[in-house]
Ligand binder design. Structure first.
Ligand code: MF3
Ligand code: CO
Ligand code: CO
Length: 294
């Protein structure tokens, strides 16, 4: 079974990749080792933003559909099947599938898995928390989001971590205004997380998204000033996707992590619980608008 004697996750059996009907357009990186260099920037016009919103809506509804199936006993591969079928039924391509060799259509990250968990034969257990990250590619645009869910009854600690990680993301979104530096977002997130002694993951960040899955624009979730001083401007599209962990007194605020031999799964080094939420947003004249709503 893919848990060790301490109840920590270990890698399970990864089933075959799922098929996408050939009529559904694929991102350029599928079937290649990785994406081509991106020369474009992160600004989009109204028509392009509508297309990102359409992709984002489908991805968001897919997360909801997967969320309804979360219960003790279900495997992450079964959740992958639900997300995959939901997307292809709407003529959207699951952006994760074949991205730098990722073998499945969604990311399923349980408990101490920070991000990029590969769906496998791991069955959920009451008390787990699971993050579902889905990106849809539709009409040439990607929309990317993630949500954390409790599995049955969870500890108070776990429920609080989920709720506060969501609130941290919302505070990051609300900090956005044209003219401010992009590092205001992480400042808002980190100062909220610190109240609870949570760790903030630094090495995985938000990113520009739209025509490409990851544009090269980096959105830190911690206070990186004076670095990351890009000025926010209306029409910029990117994700905000904080990963917070239950802190340890020895290492307040910082998060050490390990990557599994599968080249994807990222876990907290101390195996502490971690939660994540993500939205794709566009900067507006007044603030920001979420593009990954159902
Ligand atoms: N959706 C993830 C993000 O938020 C990226 C997943 S890459 C994958 O950036 F290949 F694992 F899907
Ligand atoms: Co993302
Ligand atoms: Co994502």
């Amino acid at each position: 079974m893919p848990r060790d004697a301490l109840g920590h996750l270990t890698s399970g059996l990864v089933g075959p990749s799922r098929q996408v009907p050939s009529v559904i357009p694929r991102p350029e990186y599928v079937g290649r080792p990785g994406p081509r260099r991106y020369d474009g920037d992160d600004h989009y016009d109204a028509g392009q933003i509508e297309r990102i919103r359409t992709a984002g809506r489908i991805a968001s509804q897919a997360v909801e559909a997967v969320g309804r199936a979360i219960r003790p006993g279900v495997t992450t591969d079964e959740l992958d099947a639900i997300g995959h079928e939901f997307l292809i039924a709407r003529d959207a391509y699951p952006s994760a599938l074949g991205y730098r060799g990722f073998p499945h259509s969604i990311c399923t990250s349980i408990n101490e898995v920070i991000c990029h968990g590969i769906p496998d034969d791991t069955a959920l257990i009451e008390g787990d928390i699971i993050k579902i990250d889905i990106t849809a590619f539709k009409d040439g645009m990607h929309g990317d989001l993630c949500a954390a869910f409790p599995v049955g009854d969870v500890t108070r600690e776990a429920a609080d971590l989920i709720e506060r990680t969501h609130e941290a993301m919302q505070r990051g979104i609300r900090s956005i205004a044209p003219g401010r530096e992009i590092n205001v977002i992480g400042r808002a997130i980190e100062s909220y997380a610190r109240r609870f002694g949570y760790g903030v993951v630094r090495d995985y960040t938000g990113h520009g998204v739209g025509e490409v899955f990851h544009s090269g624009l980096v959105v830190p979730h911690y206070d990186a000033a004076p670095a990351y001083s890009t000025i926010l401007e209306p029409g910029m599209v990117f994700t905000i996707e904080p990963m917070l962990t239950l802190g340890t007194p020895e290492a307040p605020g910082t998060v050490a992590w390990d990557e599994w031999a599968d080249g994807w799964t990222v876990v907290t080094r101390d195996r502490s619980l971690t939660a994540q939420f993500e939205h794709t947003i566009v900067v507006t004249e007044r603030g920001a608008e979420i593009l990954t709503l159902p």
